[in-house]
Design a protein around this ligand. Structure first.
Ligand code: SIN
Ligand code: FE2
Length: 218
């Protein structure tokens, strides 16, 4: 329950922080001040490294379409999941990580108790209605000391946040435009996923959800 301590004026409300694990948090609306900078950054990133559908080693096609920025980009094909310094589409470096990504990474991680987070991998996923992300662990990174900072934009999603085994029970958390999830420390290897996105039209992003995941991979 949210107590109405500040009257009607939403602007007076403190940012809401919800704890979903010992070291895992949802920061409601945390990304809103950066949205314009993100949209500008997407234009430049996607011109060089457009969204593409990837194959999984198991032979499936992922329903979300992916791009990346920063020193390392996460990729998947028939041979496996890995980080690569080159975009396999054009065999050149991924676009630079925009300043706004470094800023929000540091701010959100600090708010969640992880000071000094500097990501080197910025994954950008776009989900059309119906697209999903199956339960998985983020474990292609070299170390697990840094947290994951995951930003939601556009259409809402139901995020599944589970345990350390694939079939452990999951919390279902609705994520909205501007919400940021941070998990690290003892929660770093929790299974997580996204249920199929419901059809809709977001006033800024249209018929899609975009997720930015910031990680230290190298
Ligand atoms: C991911 O775990 O790769 C994406 C999560 C999300 O889209 O919220
Ligand atoms: Fe993930």
């Amino acid at each position: 329950m949210t107590l109405d301590l500040f009257g009607e004026d939403d602007l007076q409300q403190p940012a809401r922080i919800e704890r979903i694990g010992a070291q895992a948090f949802v920061l409601r609306g945390f990304a809103l001040p950066w949205v314009e900078a993100f949209l500008e950054a997407f234009d430049a990133i996607l011109l060089k490294s457009p969204f593409r559908q990837m194959q999984t080693p198991g032979g499936f096609t992922m329903s979300a379409r992916l791009s990346s920025c920063g020193a390392l980009g996460w990729t998947s094909d028939g041979y496996g999941y890995r980080y690569s310094p080159l975009d396999p589409l054009n065999a050149t470096a991924w676009p630079d990580m925009p300043a706004a990504f470094f800023e929000i990474a540091d701010a959100a991680a600090s708010t969640a108790g992880f000071a000094g987070f500097v990501p080197d991998a910025g994954l950008i996923n776009t989900y059309s209605p119906g697209a999903k992300m199956s339960l998985h662990q983020d474990k292609n990174e070299r170390r697990y000391e840094s947290p994951i900072v995951s930003i939601s934009l556009g259409l809402p999603a139901v995020f599944q946040f589970g345990g350390f085994g694939r079939s452990d029970p999951t919390q279902r958390i609705s994520l909205f435009h501007g919400d940021v999830v941070v998990w690290g420390g003892v929660d770093r290897l929790r299974f997580h996923g996204v249920l199929p996105i419901k059809p809709g039209n977001h006033p800024i992003l249209g018929e899609q959800r975009i997720n930015i995941t910031l990680r230290k991979a190298g």
